[in-house]
Design a protein around this ligand. Structure first.
Ligand SMILES: Nc1ncnc2c1ncn2[C@@H]1O[C@H](COP(=O)(O)OP(=O)(O)O)[C@@H](O)[C@H]1O
Ligand SMILES: [Mg+2]
Length: 289
C-alpha cells in the first residue's frame, strides 16, 4: 500500500495533463506590486473533517504569536471554515477603490485572511461553482489581492488531490506542506497519496500532524487512544518524515473555534514543533537564495 501503483501514478499524470493541457514546467501566478509574500506553507489532508482548518488556524496563530506577519489563504473554496474560527463571519472583503484589488480581512491577532466566505453575501450560501470558476477564484485570491508584507502565508488546502490542489501546487510557490491525518484515516494510504503527489510536484513535505490522537481523561488525566493505537509513527518512518504533533481531541478548543476565538483559546505550544520546522525550513530557503 505504501508506494503508488504504476496505474495510480499514470492516473495522477493523466489528471495533471488534463488540468493543464500543454503545460510545461511551473507557471506561477503573478504577484502584484502591493504583495510581498515571502513563504507559502500548504496544509493538506486526504479527506475533510480531519482538522485541516483547525491546524491551519493553529499554525497561523502560533506564527503570529511569535511576531511574524501571517496570512491565511482559504483554498477550501467550496468548504471554507477559516473566517468562522477567527470570528470574522460578519466581516467582508473590501476592494481597494483605485486598484480594484481585494483587501484581506484582519483578525484580532493581526492575521490577514482571504476566503470565499468573506466574499459571499451569506456564509450559508452553498458554493455551486465548477472547476474552471474555482480555479479563477484561487487566481484572484493570489493575484488580485493586496496582501502587503507576509512572512508566512498558510494555505488551507481543499481535501484530497483534486483540481484546486493541483493548481495550488503548480501555480503558487509553495515552500512546503504539512500533512494532517487522524487515527480514523486509512493513514498509510492518505500519507502515501499526499507524499507522492507533493514529490511529483517537487514540493517538500515538512512532516505529519496527527489530529484527534487521543483524549485526556478529565478525572485521572490518562491519555486514552479512542480510535486505537496510532499508526502515524509507522507511516512517518516509511516515508522518512517526522511527526510534528499529535493533537488531542479538545472539546474546549472546538467550542472556542465555533465561537470564533481560536486566537485566544489555542493552548500555548500546542504546535510548537511544527511551527519551528516551518520557520527553520524557510530560514534555510532564505539563506540559499
Ligand atoms: N483536536 C480536535 N478536538 C476537538 N475538535 C476538533 C479537533 N480537530 C477538529 N475538530 C473539530 O472537527 C471539525 C472539523 O475540523 P476542521 O478543521 O474543520 O476539518 P477539515 O478542515 O479537515 O475539514 C470542526 O468542528 C473542528 O472544530
Ligand atoms: Mg476545512
Amino acid at each position: 500500500m505504501a508506494e503508488m501503483t504504476p496505474e495510480e501514478e499514470e492516473a495522477l499524470r493523466r489528471e495533471v495533463a488534463q488540468a493543464f493541457p500543454g503545460h510545461q514546467g511551473p507557471q506561477l501566478f503573478e504577484q502584484n506590486d502591493l504583495t510581498h509574500i515571502k513563504h507559502v506553507i500548504g496544509v493538506v489532508s486526504g479527506k475533510g473533517g480531519v482538522g485541516k482548518s483547525l491546524v491551519s488556524g493553529l499554525l497561523a496563530t502560533e506564527l503570529a504569536r511569535r511576531g511574524a506577519k501571517v496570512g491565511i489563504l482559504d483554498a477550501d473554496i467550496t468548504g471554507p471554515s477559516i473566517p468562522k474560527m477567527f470570528g470574522l463571519s460578519h466581516e467582508r472583503i473590501m476592494a481597494d477603490g483605485e486598484r480594484q484589488l481585494m483587501i484581506p480581512v484582519t483578525t484580532a491577532g493581526g492575521i490577514q485572511v482571504v476566503s470565499t466566505n468573506l466574499v459571499l453575501d451569506h456564509e450559508t450560501d452553498p458554493v455551486l461553482w465548477r472547476g474552471p470558476v474555482l480555479m479563477g477564484v484561487l487566481k484572484q485570491f493570489w493575484e488580485e489581492t493586496e496582501w502587503g508584507e507576509i512572512d508566512y502565508l498558510i494555505v488551507d488546502m481543499p481535501p484530497g488531490t483534486g483540481d484546486i490542489a493541483l493548481t495550488v501546487y503548480q501555480q503558487v510557490p509553495v515552500d512546503g506542506i504539512v500533512i494532517v491525518t487522524s487515527p480514523q484515516d486509512l493513514v498509510q494510504m492518505v500519507v502515501a497519496k499526499a507524499v507522492n503527489m507533493a514529490r511529483q510536484m517537487d514540493i517538500p513535505v515538512l512532516g505529519l500532524i496527527e489530529n484527534m490522537s487521543y483524549i485526556t481523561c478529565p478525572d485521572c488525566g490518562r491519555k486514552i487512544e479512542v480510535f486505537g493505537p496510532s499508526k502515524v509513527a509507522e507511516s512517518a518512518k516509511e516515508y522518512d518524515l517526522d511527526v510534528l504533533a499529535q493533537l488531542p481531541i479538545d472539546p474546549a478548543l472546538a467550542a472556542a473555534c465555533d465561537e470564533g476565538k481560536i486566537e485566544t483559546a489555542a493552548p500555548e505550544g500546542i504546535v510548537d514543533t511544527a511551527v519551528s520546522r516551518i520557520v527553520e525550513t524557510c530560514a534555510v530557503l532564505d539563506a540559499a537564495k
